[in-house]
Structure formats: structure tokens, C-alpha cells
Design a protein around this ligand. Structure first.
Ligand code: NAD
Length: 358
């Protein structure tokens, strides 16, 4: 049976980078003799313009019936005046909620050839390869009670987790660590928060089923520092929702460009895949968008939804080769450097397809 991929390219550079990622996936499926069926639906600003809503019913229906959903990016200046609940971004939030993924995977890596683009020192970032596993549906963002009592000048949120919520995301993180460097760092604030004490005790219990994976615990404040001073020490980093939001953004600087980073949200009804960048209205339509984050997101589709690990690695290796050969999109080139071949969005997509194994 064909693998059913729903593509929601969205706004701005979303369609530009998605086109290249899908084209790479089509090449990989064709070469491996497997069948891929791509359906395209609208989401975000373009859906507001045509359907009057950022998440049309037929998009949601198609998403729930698919094997995986690939999203480009949503949003743009044109829709900024709308109230938050009807903006393009609300379509993405509704889609995430409907698909129900609770584990957000976000790699932070430094391909040696790109380390020079990082604001951090080359000898610190070079060779970094971290996979963040962030719990996405619990914690402070969802816990109740929550309220801003304006009259009393007081506001509160609740950081709440159950043992089951922690166990299911920890299992995903341990399974991934087992396939990578066999090291898992669990982040909490167990010296102060009861919810973190439950987190630490639950993760320690789950670790008993993974004797081949080394578990360490880190407090979130020291982890924020350690990620910048010794990022190479980390393999899989497991966090609750708020801590992961902050630490994974902090670590995005390691790569040096937003355009390079993929993400996946798994564990729900259907997995959702998206590059971490937004719709970049400042460069939309100019052929300047870096499609590598979207292309690497395609590799995550293969690994986490299609059971095609070798093909995922082939895409990642083609990206590394392109960089080693000196090919760059404009965001990866500093003004002072001249020894690179600068490619447009479509040229970079074509280059990656050429570098895939025959
Ligand atoms: P952004 O990620 O779109 O852009 C930030 C900067 O990075 C810009 O200078 C942009 O040109 C650059 N950039 C981003 N992706 C790039 C790529 N692939 N290649 C080269 N350069 C790239 O973030 P923003 O400017 O804060 O937001 C723009 C719009 O995107 C807003 O409407 C925002 O709400 C939306 N947004 C959407 C998502 C999503 O769909 N998941 C995520 C973040 C922001």
C-alpha cells in the first residue's frame, strides 16, 4: 500500500521549501521501489483567504486519514491584524491538538562544515549532535488552575504531570537513545519542584527497562549553561514542556541558521513534521530560502513514520555532502566569505537529489 503523505505547505517560504522536500522524498521512494501518494491541502493564511478559516475541515480530515503530515510554515504580515484566535498560526495549533502528538523531537547538530556559521566558538560546537525530546501536551502550558486575577493583581499557572504522561514520553526518549549514542540526560528542577521530583523518580523507574542506556539527571539552570559550554557531551535530552521550549531554542544557535533544523511531533494519532523556521516573509518569493531544514524534516518522516531508516540516513548524508562540497544557500554564507557556491532554493533541492544514492 502506498505511504499517504499529507502536505500542507502554508505561507511565505513554506511552499518553496516544501516543494524541494517533497521532491527529495519522491526521489527516495521511487529509488527504493516503494510507493508514495502525496495529497496537498491548505492551512494558514492561504486557507483564510480561500476558505475563511486557517484550518479547513477537509484539511483536518485528510490529516487524520494520512500516514504522516508535512507542514511548511504558516503566517505573514498580511494576516497580522487578525485576532490571535483566527490568525494563520491558530490553524497550526488546532492541527497539532487534533493530531495529539505528545513528544516533540528536535535535533540540534553542528555539521562540521557549518560550525563556522555558529555564533559559538568552532571548537565548542563542532561535532555536536543532540536530540531533544520535549513533552508537548502537559506541564505549565496546559495545567489548571490558571488565571490572571486582574482585580487582585495576581496570576497563577499550574505545572502538573502524571506518572503516565512522564512514562510515555520517557519511553520514546529511551527508545531513541538506544538507537543513537545510548545516553539520556533528563532535565528537571528536582531541588525545588515537587513535579520535578515525580519526573525524576518516574524517569529513573523507566530506565530500569533500558540497562544499555546511561541515564543522568541535570537541573535545568545548569543545563542551560552546559549546553553552551560543552554541547558535545549530550546525546538525547529529555525535558518537560516549558524547559524544553527554552532549551531547544537556545540550542538552535549551535547550527547557526534556523533554515537548517527539522522537527517531528510523534506519539499521537498521526505524526506531524515541520522545519522549525517560520514563513520568513522577508525572503519569500526570492529563491533565497534554505530548503535543508525541510529536506531534513523529510528524513524524519522516513525514520519515524515510514520505517525507512536507511533512506533517512541517505538524505542526511546527501545534505552533509552538499555542504562538504561547498554548496550553500545565502543564509549560510557570511559576507566576508567567497569560496562557496551559493545556490537558490530550487538549485539546492536539485543538488540534494543529485547527491542521493542511485
Ligand atoms: P521566521 O523563522 O519566519 O524568520 C526569522 C528569520 O530567519 C528571518 O530573517 C528569515 O528570513 C530567516 N529564515 C527563516 N527560515 C529561513 C530559511 N529556511 N532560509 C533562510 N532564512 C530563513 O520567524 P519570524 O520572522 O519570527 O516569523 C515570520 C512568520 O512566521 C510569523 O507570521 C510567525 O508567526 C510565523 N511562524 C510560523 C511558524 C510555523 O509555521 N511553525 C514558526 C515560527 C514563526
Amino acid at each position: 500500500m502506498a505511504f499517504q503523505l499529507l502536505v500542507t505547505a502554508g505561507d511565505g517560504i513554506g511552499p518553496e521549501v516544501t516543494r524541494e522536500a517533497v521532491s527529495v522524498l519522491q526521489t527516495v521512494f521511487a529509488r527504493s521501489g516503494q510507493s508514495l501518494e502525496v495529497t496537498e491541502k491548505r492551512i494558514g493564511g492561504i486557507a483564510i483567504d480561500t476558505d475563511g478559516t486557517p484550518l479547513p475541515a477537509d484539511t483536518l480530515e485528510a490529516a487524520l486519514a494520512s500516514d504522516a503530515v508535512f507542514l511548511g510554515a504558516v503566517g505573514g504580515n498580511k494576516w497580522n491584524a487578525l485576532p490571535p484566535s483566527t490568525r494563520p498560526e491558530s490553524g497550526l495549533l488546532q492541527l497539532r491538538a487534533a493530531l495529539g502528538g505528545f513528544a516533540n523531537l528536535r535535533p540540534a547538530f553542528s555539521i562540521a562544515e557549518l560550525a563556522a556559521n555558529s555564533p559559538l566558538k568552532l571548537d565548542i560546537v563542532s561535532g555536536t549532535d543532540i536530540l531533544f525530546v520535549r513533552e508537548l501536551l502537559g506541564g505549565l502550558y496546559f495545567g489548571s488552575p490558571r488565571e490572571w486575577n486582574r482585580a487582585a493583581g495576581e496570576a497563577w499557572n499550574t505545572m502538573r504531570y502524571t506518572r503516565d504522561e512522564i512514562t510515555r514520553v520517557a519511553r520514546i526518549a529511551f527508545d531513541l537513545a538506544r538507537k543513537r549514542g545510548k545516553k539520556l540526560t533528563s532535565v528537571d528542577k528536582a531541588n525545588v519542584l515537587e513535579v520535578s521530583q515525580l519526573w525524576r523518580s518516574t524517569v529513573t523507574d523507566v530506565a530500569a527497562d533500558y540497562p544499555d542506556v546511561t541515564l543522568e539527571h541535570q537541573l535545568v539552570d545548569s543545563m542551560a549553561m552546559l549546553l553552551m559550554t560543552s554541547p558535545r557531551n549530550y546525546d538525547v535530552v529529555l525535558t518537560e514542556n516549558l524547559f524544553g521550549d527554552i532549551l531547544s531554542d537556545e540550542s538552535a544557535v549551535i547550527t547557526g541558521s534556523l533554515g537548517m533544523l527539522p522537527s517531528a511531533t510523534i506519539g499521537g494519532r498521526v505524526n506531524l513534521y515541520e522545519p522549525i523556521h517560520g514563513s520568513a516573509p522577508d525572503i519569500a518569493g526570492k529563491g533565497l530560502a534554505n530548503p535543508l531544514g525541510a529536506i531534513l524534516t523529510g528524513a524524519l518522516v522516513l525514520r519515524h513514520s515510514a520505517g525507512m531508516d536507511a533512506e533517512a540516513e541517505a538524505i542526511e548524508s546527501a545534505v552533509r555532502s552538499a555542504l562538504q562540497l561547498g554548496f550553500r544557500t545565502a543564509d549560510l554564507v557570511r559576507a566576508s566569505t567567497t569560496d562557496f557556491t551559493v545556490l537558490s532554493t530550487t538549485e539546492m533541492g536539485k543538488k540534494i537529489r543529485e547527491l542521493l544514492p542511485a
